[in-house]
Design a protein around this ligand. Structure first.
Ligand SMILES: *Cc1c(COP(=O)(O)O)cnc(C)c1O
Length: 424
């Protein structure tokens, strides 16, 4: 680990460390299997008494190098890369929350996460309360039950752009003995490191800024390694696992109990590990993370300022604007406000659609957070499966247009929006 390096240097240099004569660039180990000299070596791997690669459903050298880089970037002890951001959120919770248990999440969430929490986890017997994140600490306390097992939120909410109140939720986690799990997708470890702000576990959809080029779907869980799983609430962590001859995670793996269990239990049983090819691309994306994020932030700020003064725009939502309700919070927790902004066109949904259809440089895509400027209409796309009330709680109004501001020349981006707005 190179803990003393700055994030920019880690983004370039951490992870793959070639030995003399090995490839300088992270190789793609496109192999499901690994070869051994003795049967005993394999038996030890199965028993988790030795570490090493055994089968690429569970680990792989290319993916491992990328996991190490992400763990270092977030300041965690280890990471687990998954096939999608959804897999990361699902396993991050199911790893410590079982049928009959409960968790709370800030309601300002990505639509897919709301669907996962309120449908699929519910079917598994895991209950969730989606809470208004602006409630006071005293009001939030009322949602914590004896069977509550974690607290979940997004650093920068997609697409509401609400900034998570780390101080308040960190205090709640601390006093209730619950881990705080943060989806850091929109901020990336360059703009915010939740583990330094009271979070215990970080998840990402690496499909977004980490890859950054819209080539690979992926997710990752990073373990801060500082949560006390022996506080009496997490029996699966502290009692024997029959599927490993009675192994006890906290005893055998100490601070890494959570992330090891997620891998050797969940990923072993359901799959969902990241492929070597996607890990290679995620890692390649990370090498320019800091450069890209600086430009995404700069461009989004300028486009937000342009739209805010435009007479056909009714509102603009970007935390870098002084008019944003969480502007001060953003200054406190973030190095920059990321590349996503939302706005409404005067008139409403129909006029907004007209603007979207008139854009030339910015394409309509079901994606966000890559180098190309793009737009999306959450109410009819990403948040379509949510009820009107859930959409409102997630910060989605019918007229909301979400812009993912790319890293092109800002003058060209502004000119494109200017000509599209002239059409209404
Ligand atoms: C996209 C996204 C996800 C889901 O990730 P996938 O990689 O699409 O599965 C989760 N959280 C946030 C904030 C996202 O933007």
């Amino acid at each position: 680990m190179n803990g003393e390096w700055s994030v920019e240097t880690k983004a370039v240099q951490s992870g793959w460390q070639p030995k003399s004569g090995e490839p300088r660039v992270l190789p793609i180990y496109q192999s499901t299997t690994y070869a051994y000299n003795t049967a005993q070596e394999v038996a030890d791997l199965f028993d988790l008494t030795a570490s090493g690669h055994m089968y690429s459903r569970i680990s792989n050298p290319t993916v491992a190098a990328y996991e190490e880089k992400m763990a270092e970037l977030e300041g965690g002890i280890a990471a687990l890369a998954t096939s999608a951001g959804q897999t990361a959120s699902m396993i991050a919770i199911a790893n410590i929350c079982t049928a009959g248990e409960h968790f709370i999440a800030a309601a300002t969430l990505y639509g897919g996460t709301v669907a996962l929490f309120t449908n699929t986890l519910k079917k598994m017997g895991i209950a969730v309360d989606l809470v208004d994140p602006e409630l006071s600490l005293a009001e939030l306390r009322k949602y914590i039950r004896p069977n509550t097992r974690c607290i979940f939120g997004e650093t920068i909410a997609n697409p509401g752009m609400d900034i998570f109140d780390f101080e308040k939720f960190g205090a709640l986690a601390q006093e209730t003995g619950l881990p705080l799990i943060i989806d850091n997708t929109f901020a990336t470890p360059y703009l915010c490191r939740p583990l330094e702000l009271g979070a215990h576990i970080v998840v990402h959809s690496s499909t977004k800024y980490i890859d950054g080029h819209a080539t690979s779907v992926g997710g990752i869980i990073v373990d801060g390694g500082r949560f006390d799983w022996k506080n009496g609430k997490f029996s699966e962590m502290t009692s024997p696992d029959k599927s490993y001859h009675g192994l006890i995670y906290t005893e055998q793996f100490g601070d890494a109990a959570y992330i090891v269990k997620a891998r050797v239990q969940w990923i072993r049983d359901i799959g969902g590990y990241q492929s070597p090819m996607n890990a290679f691309l995620s890692n390649l994306g990370l090498e320019t993370l800091h450069i890209r994020m600086d430009r995404h932030c700069e461009n989004a700020q300028k486009l937000a300022e342009f739209l805010e003064q435009h007479d056909k725009v009714s509102w603009v939502n970007y935390p870098g604007l002084k008019s944003h309700p969480h502007h001060n919070r953003a200054q406190k927790y973030l190095k920059g406000c990321s590349g996503v902004l939302t706005f409404g066109v005067k008139g409403g949904k129909k006029e907004g659609e007209k603007v979207m259809n008139s854009l030339r440089l910015a394409a309509i895509v079901v994606h966000v957070a890559d180098v190309r400027t793009s737009v999306l209409h959450p109410a009819s796309m990403t948040h379509r499966q949510l009820s009107e009330q859930e959409q409102k709680a997630a910060g989605v109004s019918p007229d909301l247009v979400r812009v993912s501001v790319g890293i092109e020349k800002i003058d060209d981006i502004i000119a494109d929006f200017n000509q599209a707005l002239a059409k209404v």
